[in-house]
Structure formats: structure tokens, C-alpha cells
Design a protein. Sequence first.
Length: 257
Amino acid sequence: MSFRVYADLGNMTLHWGIFRDGQWLAFSRISSSEPLSDRCAASLNCMLKETGESLDSYSGGLLCSSSPRLTGEFLEGLKERLSIVLPEVSPEILAGVPTLYHNREQIGPDRLVNAAAVRAHYECPATVADLGSCITVDLVDADGVLVGGAIAPGLPTMKAGLIAQTPHLQSALDEIAPPTDLASRGRSTVECISLGLYTSLIATTRDLCQNLAADLDQVRILLTGGDAAWVRSATGFGDVLDEILTLKGLQSIDPDD
């Protein structure tokens, strides 16, 4: 019995999974830093072992990449090390996801794929907040149209900006962790930076979601991405935490599944 692979490749992480007969069998989230080809081969082999599947049963899937600089390395690594070809989601496939964007070629494929997942699995209207290297928030209206959204720096990008502009804070940034009490007062550089960064993550996510849907009633808020689980657990913000939303979207628009 054949299985399919769906992959979400970002600037910081690769999140992918194995899907067969209407069910997700396994997931893996790994760093997309170099050497990506070695890491992705090991990751897929671990998922195959977990599910008892064989590469002989691979029947295709889809890749959504928001990192053009990593796409070639990832696909070439799969081909060279595992002898499989994973198609990249194309503009033709994404054409079925309606948007009011002025130029749909400017919108990231991951945002259209997330909108497809909302259309397939949730009631609309809804806002989708994807918390990765960037915070992308998009509004999908009652008709399932991606109306528009906003992009802001995510937690990794905020950290990188601090390092670039204030390199003397590098050692403190290396030690930061999510604060256990958001109402506390920082009493060290590490504590102050941690409170500042994580509070900014929360505030940006909350404000963008609320502002984009300010003129609508009963808008569902969906959280996804690498930092979504922490925001949800720390604040209770959002209606749904769906950490595989992008993968669900890929499966829902896969023309060969």
C-alpha cells in the first residue's frame, strides 16, 4: 500500500510527514541548517522505521518551500541519497486558492497552502497566524478567499536582529529561554531580553490577528508554526493550535492523492 510525503521547508526548520489512506502516520521537525541533505535523509529513514513503511511504497507528495536558498539542496539530497523525487507545489496547483492579493505571485506559497487547509478543514472566516522565522497572519473570509494579511519578524528574526545590531549581547541571547512568568520583572540581561522578545512575539501575534478581523464577527483564530504551541500554552490566545496546518493544506490540494 503506497504512502505520500508532504514537506514544509522554512528558513529555520523542515517539518514533514507521511500520509496514507486518509491518515497521518508520522511527523518530523528538524533544523534546516547545513548539512540539510544528510539530516533530511536520516529524518525520513526514522519516519519509515517508525511506520514500518518502505521507500518502495513511496508514491509522491508535495513540497512547500518558503526558503528558495534551501529548496535545491533539499530536493537534490532526497534524489541522491534516497532516490525519490518530491514535486514542489506549483502556481498551477495553487491557482485553486482564491486571493485578493494585488499580485498573487508575490504571496508566499506557504500562506496560500495554509489558506487551502483552512478552506478544507475549518469554518471560515478565520485568521491564520504562522509563527516561524516570520510571523505571517492572513485573513480567510467567509467565502474561503485569502483577503490579505501582514508579515512581521518572528522570534528567530528578532534574535538575529539583536545579534547583528548589538553583538555584545550574543552571550546573553545564547542563554535565553521562554519566561515562566510574563508578569515578572527582569533582573538580569538574560531575563530582560527573554521578557522583551517573548512578549513582543505574543503582542505582535495578538494585535495582527485582532486588527485584521476587526470589522468581522466570530472569526476563528488558528495558530501554527514553530512558536505557536508556546504562545498558546503561555497565553491561551487563539481558538485552535494546529501544528500540521501547512501539511494538511498540501495534502488537500495534492492533485495526485
